[in-house]
Every structure is written in C-alpha cells, then in structure tokens.
Design a protein around this ligand. Structure first.
Ligand code: ADP
Ligand code: MG
Length: 309
C-alpha cells in the first residue's frame, strides 16, 4: 500500500487536500477540527504494516547507551534495533526515563553510543570524526526542540537561514520561499523571536529544520510548550511535510494526541522497544500507554499523559 493511500484511508489532518500544506491559519484550523472529530479514523485498515521495500533513512543495531558505572549505572538504551523509513512520520513514546531522548540524541549524533551501530543514510556515524559528525548534523539532520532554540537577536528569516549560512551554503531561493509560505510566516520574517507567539516561534524552527532538505528531522516534544491550537498547527504542518514533501520525521512525545498525527508509534520502556504500532490513533495509543504503565518496573510511567479533548 502506498503511503498516500494509507494517509487517505486514515483521514489524517492534512494531505491529499487541495491546499495540503495549509498556508493559512484558517486551513490549519479546519484540518485541526477534522482531526479532532476523528474523521475517517475508524476506516484505517488494521492490517497495514511496514513496507519491507521502503527506503531506510536511518537505523540502529544493538544500540546501547549506559550512563555512569557501578551502583550508579543506568542502561538508558538496551540493544535497540530500529529502522526509520524514508518519508514516514514516526512518534517515539514511552514513560519518563524510558530512553526516548537518549535514543534521539544517539541517532542524531548528539550523543555517542556505548556500543552498537547508528547509520544515517549510508553513513555509520560511529566511524566519523567529531568535525565530520558536526558537518553531518548540520547538513543532513534537522532539529526541532521543545524550547524552540531560536537565536533571540536574529529575525525569523535570519533564524531560518542560519544553519545554511553557517554551512556557507546559499538556500535555493524558490525552496526557501516555498517553506516560508508553507509555515505561514511571510508577514513575520522581520520579527525577532520575542515578537512572535510560541506557535510562530516553533514554525520558524520547523522552517529552519526543513530548509536544508535534511535526510531526517528529529523533534523532541515539539509541542511541549504550546497550547492545543498551536500544537495542532505544528503537528499538522509536520505531518504534511512528510506526506507532501517526503520529509522523514522522528518525533519524541508523551502526548497521545500528538502521536496520532504520526504514521507509526514506537513505545520504549526501560531502554527497549516494547511495541511498534502502525497508524496510531489517540485511543490505541492511550490503551498501550496504560498497558506500559501497569507493567512492573515503570511505576512512574505516564503519570499525567497530556490528553486534549
Ligand atoms: P526519556 O527521554 O524517555 O524521559 P532519557 O533518555 O532522558 O528518558 O533517560 C533515560 C535514562 O537515562 C533515565 O534513567 C535517565 O535518568 C538516564 N539518563 C539520561 N541522561 C543521563 C545522563 N546524562 N547521565 C546519567 N543518566 C542519564
Ligand atoms: Mg526526554
């Protein structure tokens, strides 16, 4: 099954519509409402599974990360094998402390594994020297963080262009224009981050991540600091950059509503992948989280899942 038909069957908030990228706030709102109504959600074929032939954007093998030693030793990742297919939107979920951020940091080359393999495209990042790793992160990986991480003294446009300026690359002007329109920032380009709402700041961060056409974008709790309307905007935007632009996104979240925008949800517990769900919806995700929460050894799991009506 093509990803397009999966998207259509699921009635995802974006994709397959006339103006699928939602350049206006209004269309994003409409998408959000459609999503909240759960339109078409029950039509998703439950038997849909990963396409074995799909191109892989990144993968890990026996990825292990141990912090500390002796009594203080923490196995944050325990022999994790995972493939992230190209042009798919994967949510990584799990209780606090289950290893979500560590997984993201190791796959993105922000932290080095204790053992095991991490491959981005066809590059095994363990073999890279620091300078090459920095280059790979800058040129082939996009990041979106919970706290936006914009440079306060730069305008929105300068922030969007920053990674490319640092790399000494000139952004393709047509693509830059397209990305700016996609995130609806045309009228805000000269504003500094402090003059923008949280949602607008995160849209700048999304544009900054997209403009270099990275192999993969990692988003760690991208809606953690946003209200539900701004969250829906950002999530709709991330989902459409996957379905319409073919971007690959891996998003860490503890929010079942956010995970429902993804094509796949992985669940971590105690540093291992314990569940792999296609076409997640909020109810399926909640059910799985409750299951994880009641398993031994994860007592503090998912104490307060952020559930939006
Ligand atoms: P999550 O993002 O799912 O909340 P993390 O990946 O942040 O989980 O953490 C996984 C485990 O590793 C936790 O037990 C955490 O306390 C531990 N951990 C994370 N970072 C460090 C660190 N720098 N030093 C020691 N332990 C750490
Ligand atoms: Mg975390």
């Amino acid at each position: 099954m093509s990803s397009e038909s999966v998207t259509a069957a699921q009635g995802k908030p974006v994709g397959g519509t006339v103006n699928p990228l939602g350049t206006s706030e209004q269309s994003l709102d409409a998408q959000n409402q459609a999503h909240n109504r759960g339109d078409g959600g029950s039509a998703a074929p439950s038997g849909a599974h990963h396409d074995e032939t799909a191109e892989i954007a990144a993968y890990t093998r026996a990825l292990t990360k141990v912090y500390g030693s002796g009594d203080a030793e923490v196995v944050a990742l325990d022999h994790v094998d995972v493939d992230f297919a190209r042009a798919r939107f994967t949510a990584v979920m799990g209780p606090s402390g289950s290893g979500k951020s560590t997984l993201m940091h190791c796959v993105a080359g922000l932290d080095s594994p204790t053992s095991g393999e991490v491959v981005i495209g066809d590059t095994n990042i363990a073999t890279l020297k620091d300078s090459k790793l920095t280059e790979l992160r800058r040129d082939r990986i996009g990041f979106v963080f919970q706290s936006f991480n914009l440079i306060p003294t730069l305008t929105a446009l300068e922030n969007i262009e920053l990674p490319m300026s640092i790399a000494g690359r000139k952004p393709d002007q047509e693509w830059l224009d397209h990305v700016i329109d996609i995130v609806g920032l045309r009228s805000r380009l000269k504003h500094k981050p402090s003059q923008l709402s949280g949602g607008q700041q995160q849209r700048v961060a999304c544009a900054r991540a997209l403009v270099g056409k990275p192999d993969i974008i990692f988003a760690d709790e991208p809606t953690g600091n946003l209200d539900s309307a701004a969250s829906a905007e950002i999530l709709g935007f991330l989902a459409s950059s996957v379905s319409d632009l073919g971007q690959t996104i891996v998003m860490v979240t503890h929010d079942p509503t956010a995970a429902a925008y993804a094509d796949r949800a992985l669940f971590l517990a105690d540093g291992r992948i314990v569940s792999d769900m296609d076409d997640p919806d909020r109810d399926k995700v909640l059910e799985r989280m409750v299951g994880l929460n009641s398993s031994p050894g994860s007592a503090d799991a998912v104490a307060t899942p952020t559930v939006q009506a």
